[in-house]
Design a protein around this ligand. Structure first.
Ligand SMILES: [Zn+2]
Length: 82
């Protein structure tokens, strides 16, 4: 466990929709492009390298639903497995 710096919200596109993930967790409607809002703790190792540790499993849904519920993310990522 490193030194705690901050907790940030990261919004990420999965690149896939409801056929893979099921409906939006917030409005229960189908999603053409599913986004994930994930809280992450920002930590610093003893050697000064920063890293992220996920808090909880994240919430899947429409970009608008996630921002409406959780607010604007500190970081937005296009996709991939970050
Ligand atoms: Zn929604």
């Amino acid at each position: 466990m490193g030194k705690y710096i901050d907790t940030i919200r990261v919004l990420r596109s999965t690149g896939m929709g409801s056929s893979f993930y099921g409906p939006c967790e917030l409005c229960r409607k189908n999603v053409s492009e599913m986004f994930v809002m994930q809280s992450k703790m920002l930590l610093m190792r003893n050697d000064g390298v920063m890293y992220e540790s996920p808090v909880g499993g994240g919430t899947y849904g429409h970009r608008e639903c996630l921002i409406g519920k959780f607010g604007d993310p500190e970081i937005e990522r296009a996709g991939g497995d970050g």
